[in-house]
Design a protein around this ligand. Structure first.
Ligand SMILES: Cc1ncc(COP(=O)(O)O)c(C=O)c1O
Length: 395
């Protein structure tokens, strides 16, 4: 059967309904566009979902990570253990505060930092583990928490890809001292741009609320948006940022939180469709989940079997794109990004498992509502491209 592409299948697409549209219109009509009740509502929905005492909305996942590190007093001379297999923001936050990211290689099954290697990397300078749930997979989070407690260091969870994931009955984001979610449009829920810190630590929550709002004291948040009421509005307790989330973004977030279970289910359905369509393709490794975890699917990332080169993988991705299929190389290793290799002298071979995984991964189009027909078309095209590369490899 010839391959037929009728329309472009993007890598991701947000799910927006009348609920989100009407919520935005309501805010626009309310006259209150920032620092208002809708953000508080969004925050309580996320806190409830994660079983945490606090949730602090902010302008992005990156901003949330930055504030957590500042609020925990991590800075120059400190080391933070983290994974090289992630989106660059998880490690950049460590650089923002002048601390040193200490990478450890990953576990090939979960693609998260290998707990045994984390333990070995702890030194007297280690202040925290910054853990990432790669592709939403919450495996090892309980072990990281135990290692952190044993060594009296902090666990910070970058759960930007993991809203709704659960491991052994605990929600992603709530394993450590603080966690953070990201709401970019490719995430499980989106606010356009946005992020949310979750924590049970009252003091940390208070400091983060102040940091996101130019260092104003907590009561400053009651002041009028867009205008000064004097007093606390122009009183700054600490060096803060403008990392606030607007009421418009928060309104989208409230609607999306109300649909979270529906969205997670829809993503699960697409993941299942992919798994059954791709299972029989040789030379392809599919993502798996463990019996004790609930995976809130962020992306569907397959990888070519061991032995395939980066060039072969890149040609498969190019082939998919030629057929109007959005595909990407999630994730190039952080330590090999020019800014990191230049600053720290990292080289190919430093973290062989992360590198070997990274050079063979292919993120496929993934979003709620992707049809069985589209999944079939992606599968068919992928099969063809792999067959082509397989022949090349054997020559
Ligand atoms: C693991 C991880 N950390 C941090 C971020 C940063 O989130 P944001 O894009 O909202 O700043 C992302 C998302 O893009 C991510 O995937």
């Amino acid at each position: 059967m010839p391959l037929m592409s009728h329309h472009e299948i993007p890598l991701s697409r947000p799910s927006v309904t009348d609920l989100e549209l009407n919520a935005v219109i309501d805010v626009m009509r309310s006259g209150r566009l920032s620092i208002g009740p809708v953000l508080e509502q969004f925050e309580s929905l996320v806190a409830q979902r994660c079983n945490t005492r606090h949730a602090i909305g902010c302008s992005s996942g990156t901003a949330g990570l930055h504030m957590i590190l500042v609020a925990l007093g991590i800075g120059p001379g400190d080391e933070v253990i983290t994974t090289p297999f992630s989106f660059i923001a998880s490690s950049n936050a460590i650089l923002y505060v002048g601390a040193k990211p200490v990478f450890v290689d990953i576990c090939p099954k979960s693609l998260n930092a290998d707990p045994a290697l984390i333990e070995k990397a702890v030194t007297p300078k280690t202040k925290a583990i910054l853990a990432v749930e790669a592709f939403g997979n919450p495996m090892h989070m309980d072990t990281y928490a135990r290692i952190a407690a044993k060594h009296e260091i902090m666990l910070i969870e970058d759960s930007c890809e993991a809203l709704g994931s659960e491991y052994k009955g605990t929600q992603a984001g709530s394993f450590g001292r603080a966690g953070v979610f990201g709401f970019y449009p490719n995430k499980q829920i989106t606010t356009g741009e946005g992020g949310m810190i979750v924590t049970n630590d009252d003091r940390l929550a208070e400091v983060c609320r102040s940091l996101r709002n130019q260092g104003r004291a907590a009561q400053g948040r009651g002041s009028v948006a867009g205008g000064s009421t004097g007093g606390s509005w122009l009183h700054h307790e600490r060096l803060g940022f403008n990392y606030r989330m607007s009421e418009i973004n928060a309104a989208i977030g409230v609607a999306q939180m109300q649909r979270l279970d529906e969205l997670i289910k829809a993503r699960q359905k697409v993941a299942d469709l992919y798994t059954s369509r791709l299972l029989a393709i040789s030379d392809l490794v599919l993502p798996t989940t463990e019996f004790n975890e609930t995976m809130s699917w962020f992306v569907y990332v397959v990888r070519l079997a061991a032995g395939y080169t980066r060039d072969e993988r890149d040609r498969v991705i190019q082939g998919l794109r030629m057929h109007d299929i959005g595909a990407s190389d999630y994730f190039p290793c952080i330590h090999l990004q020019p800014i990191y290799s230049r600053a720290f002298g990292f080289r190919t071979g430093d973290f062989p498992i992360a590198e070997s995984m990274s050079q063979r991964t292919i993120a496929l189009p993934f979003y709620p509502g992707l049809s069985e027909r589209e999944v079939d078309f992606v599968g068919q095209t992928l099969e063809l491209m792999i067959a082509r590369e397989g022949l090349n490899a054997r020559r």
